[in-house]
Design a protein around this ligand. Sequence first.
Ligand code: DOR
Length: 410
Amino acid sequence: MSDLLVQGGRLFDPVSRVDGIGDLLIKDGQVAAVGEAVSVEAEVLGARGLLVVPGLLDMHVHLREPGQEHKETIASGTRAAAMGGFTAVACEPNTSPPRDTAERVAEVIETAKREAAIRVLPKCAITVGQEGSEVTDFAALRAAGAAAASDDGFSVRDAGVMRDALAAAKQTRMPLTLHVDGPEMVERDIGLAAELGWGVHFSHVSLAAEVELIAEARERGLPVSGEATPHHLALCADDAPMGDANFKMNPPLRSAGDRDALRTALVEGVICAIASDHAPHAPDEKARPFEEAPPGVIGLETTVGVIWTDLVHTGLLAERAAVRAMTAGPQEVLGMVGGSVSPALRIGARGDVTLLDPDHEWTVEPERFESKARNCPFAGRRLRGRAVATIVAGRAVMREGSILAPGAIE
Ligand code: DOR
């Protein structure tokens, strides 16, 4: 493995308390020097004027493989992620068949090794067939490499089943990321988390009432966290043109008040992660009459641009908080902070790094995306801010809008 010297950028990692112009050396896949670095052998990547941050993690992505490869594959979805600056994605288990066995988790890991442009962290289903009645075998799934359990697309309706899931999660240290579907379910699951002493993380939080419950629970010291999508942070129901299925998703766009509550929650750290809920669907599926079109929008290639344009450049969100919500925030939920498995600008950390140009202006053109899907609510928008290099284990997999090394991430 060759060395990589990222030279002259603004090294920025709020968690490691790094903020200053300098060099970063990655050696054998790990960070070997931060600040001042010399290496005679290293390949040099100039980063003057760029923000150098730990590799971004999107903890909520749909890759559709196996079963719906016409919408997205592990290869196409991870190329989209690399374009967006992500060095890792956690992928939801609502594939066909649902990812509810150790074999199916292992299969994703194997395919990703051969075909993925970046790292893939497979989630497994909470219940068998995602049917809500029987908890999957968390011990076997965890052993196979499941990063978290989720029944995304559905909530686990039966409280008894959810209690069993929490008990099993506690025993196997399985992070639980739950499909949020209104405040009632959030309240119930906070109660169960308190009762069983194991954490719950709420996916795509979108309502002020849900935010309030999560904030209260956190004030009480409960292990409860939440994520928000760029579309719920940037848009509200009034922004959606009538009948345009590229604005149809679950949960739907909410009121301006809900959007503002979500923004405040992100600023205050009540919401700890920004996650795209990248949900690719084929153009002909989205072209159906609104009621029949499948819910979901893509987001991997626009997350950084939308967050910087609408939240950072407008002064609503500090750059520090934006970076945290795409690095340490989601890492913490997945229990992977520290050591050598998570990216950080710290010696010994995983050598996954993202280079951002906060001032790069561009227009969203979905037809140019690496994703197979085009269902993007930001099409045609002018954005300011973009990832310009994605580095995995010291190897640039994307540079200035081109994929350099598709496939084969160990
Ligand atoms: O809009 C959505 N689409 N929400 C979900 O929870 C699932 C996702 C999908 O799989 O398409």
